[in-house]
Design a protein around this ligand. Structure first.
Ligand code: ZN
Length: 309
């Protein structure tokens, strides 16, 4: 009988289940609505029913869930999550274990992504820093093959490292990196500039401006759009300089929606990082775009037990 591990990515709107084989391939996925109104038991029940249906005759050996927010990784408790706003101190690990009866782990979503990148990204390293670029900016650290959680399970909050200026961040602190390079900020900035002068205005007359459209425009040579990515990349590269000085990763993996812009943003990151990293003869360090993309979260969650178990 085929044995697979189950990775769960719990989002505010949708929850994705994925079964992963021993080689780290996603065998099958199912997407379901994250039913909030019926309480946490209903969500766990939905997950169990859909997973059982998906697996058929195949057996689940372990279960892992990734979710945004503050997680007690050791106990598998969701302290608070923007995706499950009305629930706090949710003993998700115990609830899932009650149903599946196999080893279960629960972790922060970006930690799950970082673990997926480490285990299955093929980067051949024990020291990796992964960050996600999207509406928010998250981070995950794998150092010497271990996931770094910190004393409060709050390590690697890359998006909320102090950057500059006074832009108020969603976390309440002024001047966080996220307040400068989060996708909403980039879109807002682009809108402001294109109002002044840009052919971009034609593109958005039909559709709402999105980071994807912004990347398309940049690739087609739109100067306003190119500059938005270049500036964001420079800022991220500078912030990453601090990360490099502190934890000395060998590989920095860029994941998340904006990473789809590819070299438009990654090249400026590399250039800035060079300027903000202490020269070191033969330093091992590279910045890469995730090859796993959206699969990283499912893959990492499916194997969280091996690091948190
Ligand atoms: Zn912040």
């Amino acid at each position: 009988m085929q044995v697979e591990s189950l990775g769960i990515d719990i989002g505010g709107t949708n929850t994705v289940l994925g079964s992963v084989d021993s080689e780290g391939r996603v065998v099958q996925t199912v997407r379901l609505k994250t039913r909030m109104q019926d309480g946490p038991d209903a969500l766990v029940e939905d997950i169990f029913i859909q997973a059982t249906r998906m697996m058929g005759e195949r057996r689940i050996s372990q279960v892992g869930a990734g979710i945004a927010g503050l997680i007690d990784h050791r106990k598998g408790i969701v302290r608070s999550s923007p995706n499950l706003e009305s629930w706090s101190d949710l003993p998700l690990k115990d609830m899932l274990h009650e149903r599946f009866r196999v080893p279960v782990a629960v972790g922060n979503d970006v930690n799950a992504i970082a673990w997926g990148e480490y285990r299955f990204g093929g980067y051949d390293t024990e020291d990796l820093f992964c960050f996600t670029l999207g509406t928010g900016v998250g981070g995950g650290i794998v150092s010497q093959g271990r996931l770094i959680l910190g004393a409060n399970d709050a390590a690697a909050e890359f998006g909320h490292t102090a950057f500059e200026g006074n832009s108020r961040c969603s976390c309440g602190i002024a001047g966080c990196l996220e307040a400068y390079v989060g996708s909403e900020r980039l879109v807002r900035k682009a809108k402001r500039r294109m109002r002044l002068a840009s052919p971009l205005i034609k593109l958005v007359s039909k559709a709402e401006l999105t980071p994807k459209l912004l990347a398309q425009a940049a690739r087609e040579g739109d100067e306003v759009a190119r500059k938005i990515f270049t500036e964001a990349g420079e800022r991220i590269g500078r912030a990453l300089g601090n990360v490099v000085q502190l934890i000395d990763p060998e590989v920095i993996v860029v994941n998340g929606g904006i990473s789809k812009a590819g070299d438009l943003i990654i090249e400026p990151i590399r250039q800035a990082l060079k300027r903000y990293t202490m020269p070191l003869k033969g330093r091992k360090l590279r910045v890469v775009r995730s090859k796993l993309g959206e699969r990283a979260g499912i893959l990492g969650a499916a194997r969280l037990v091996e690091v948190l178990g």
